[in-house]
Design a protein around this ligand. Structure first.
Ligand code: ASP
Length: 342
């Protein structure tokens, strides 16, 4: 019996066409997208599909849309062997990260893919991405279990863990990387899976979370960042947590006024998370004098989390449990392979 895969079309360049009047790229509907890939008939997988009524550029994705995709997967979970989410590449790493935290106990593949060129164009990268993503979503091991029981991104011959991935290029077909984790699979003549990199099969039922708390900010540090500006940003009413993107192994300025602004925020119960601006490597808070104050005031070290994973994980954890202490504990505990513990 052939495997079954549900395509979930949210939008993005993969399904865009050029408006003849203005030349601007606009999303087309799923039917037109499928017409562009007659090969889908021949992949040997039973395909179902669901589409956003109005496909969107991924720059317009919001937390409610992540919950919506998670809900579609939950509603069809028993019926399909795997899921392929067609999505714009710009914020794909955020959606993949969010889904990995929303879909607790996931035991089937959820593969996100998209493209840099629309599917109707001659040099498009969309067809290969789509067809291989479907094959991966349908692939099983010798015992008949999904080969990739986790949320992943397939792009340009590589499969990456979703919550470890960052978009690194605006034009190249190789648009993604996961600097702190090896690819889960590479596609050439054969699709070669790396079982050591793939999450083990999880036991127990799927539990889908449907609440996120979006009162989370990101503050990117830079030399000369003004303490008054940081203080202002952290005084936004309702703010629950801020991700500080820091230098190197988690360092920041030692300017007393800057540190006072952070301390004051901590005093108001705001959680601060330390994530490095470097694409590879990890935060080691306290290693340098320039991160010792963070350690002393209880900033949560983000180890090797990406910004995308840190923001979405904070939103999901705050949505699950409103207490700050739970957030600090939860950020340091790997939920879906997003974090390497020291
Ligand atoms: N702006 C597009 C999007 O993210 C880019 C892409 O799909 O690659 O929806």
């Amino acid at each position: 019996m052939s495997a079954s895969v549900l395509l979930i079309y949210t939008g993005g360049t993969i399904g865009m066409w050029a408006d003849p009047r203005t030349g601007a790229l606009r999303p087309m509907d799923l039917e037109h997208l499928e017409e562009q890939v007659p090969e889908l008939e021949r992949v040997g997988v039973k395909l179902g599909s669901v589409a956003f009524e109005k496909p969107i550029d991924s720059s317009d994705m919001r937390p409610a849309d992540w919950v919506r995709v998670a809900g579609i997967i939950a509603a069809h979970y028993e019926q399909y062997d795997g899921f392929v989410v067609l999505h714009g590449s710009d914020t794909m790493a955020y959606t993949a990260s969010a889904l990995s935290f929303l879909l607790e106990g996931l035991a089937k593949p959820v593969i996100l893919t998209g493209s840099q060129l629309p599917i109707g164009t001659i040099r498009t990268d969309a067809k290969e991405n789509l067809i291989t993503a479907i094959e991966i979503a349908a692939a099983t091991d010798e015992q008949g279990r999904s080969r990739v029981p986790e949320v992943a991104i397939y792009f340009e011959y590589r499969l990456y863990r979703g919550n470890r991935t960052v978009k690194v290029h605006a034009e190249r077909f190789e648009a993604f990387r996961s600097p702190n984790w090896p690819p889960l699979a590479e596609a050439g003549v054969h699709i070669r899976y790396d079982p050591a990199a793939i999450l083990p099969h999880r036991q127990g039922p799927l539990r889908v979370h449907d609440r996120l708390d979006d009162r989370v900010a990101v503050i990117r540090l830079f030399p000369g960042i003004r303490a008054s500006w940081v203080d202002h940003a952290l005084n936004v009413p309702d703010l629950r947590a801020a991700v500080l993107t820091t230098f190197g192994s988690g360092n920041g300025p030692t300017d007393p006024a800057f540190l006072d602004a952070l301390r004051a925020a901590r005093g108001r119960g705001i959680e601060l998370l330390n994530v490095t601006q470097c694409v590879g490597g990890r935060v080691e808070q306290g290693k340098y004098v320039t991160s010792r104050a963070f350690q002393e005031m209880g900033v949560v070290p983000g180890a090797d989390l990406t910004v995308e994973a840190a923001v979405t994980k904070a939103m999901v954890l705050l949505g699950r449990d409103h207490a700050s202490a739970a957030l600090a504990r939860g950020m340091a505990t790997p939920l879906a392979g997003e974090l390497t513990m020291s």
